[in-house]
Design a protein around this ligand. Sequence first.
Ligand SMILES: C[C@@H]1NC(=O)N[C@@H]1CCCCCC(=O)O
Length: 216
Amino acid sequence: MVGTGTGVGKTHVSVALVAALAARGNKVCGLKPIESGVDGTSTTDAEHLALVSSVQPEPAPYRFAEPLSPHLAARRCGRAISLEVAGAWVDRQPAPLAIVESAGALLSPLGPGLTNADLVRALSPDAVVLVGLDRLGILHEVACCTLALRALAPGLPPAVIVLNPPAAPDASTGTNAGELAALGIASGAVVMPRAAPTAPASLAAAQVALARLAMS
Ligand SMILES: C[C@@H]1NC(=O)N[C@@H]1CCCCCC(=O)O
């Protein structure tokens, strides 16, 4: 699970996907191997994911207090993020299915010369979900991210696009999924309803996304 930006609602979509898989009796966990802004004052993304997981993950290897880019949050506490460590942790979680959420946007840095696109390449997932907001600018953002994924994590199937409702809808809201397809930027996008991630309408949208991911 990657984002066209930060704060676009990756956790919202991840929670819906994990809950939809768990509701169908799957052993599944939602994982966030790298997270910043973990300061003990609010529920973390990893905790939101654990709440809907049918298999509980071990504590993630990289949890940083400062709400900064992961590379900087890590550096400020004298650590460096290793893709091998993150990948090994993901691999040893005891569920046959996992939704793995990245921290920040697709090209947010994890270290010098290292971004979430490298994490995607290292994890070599069966499918990639790209989350963005259904607002003006998303056509460009999806086009950029698609190009970047193709270049930096080649060999993966095209990302399934999921659009979250923006806080403030604009004139493009509601048109973007259709335009992504019509322009050939992405073969179609799943649009999430304005509802809690475990609400029936969100789970229904998650089922559509899972079908496109061939995880149904
Ligand atoms: C603070 C938030 N915590 C988290 O796990 N993801 C966010 C990190 C966003 C990083 C964006 C860096 C950038 O691209 O500028």
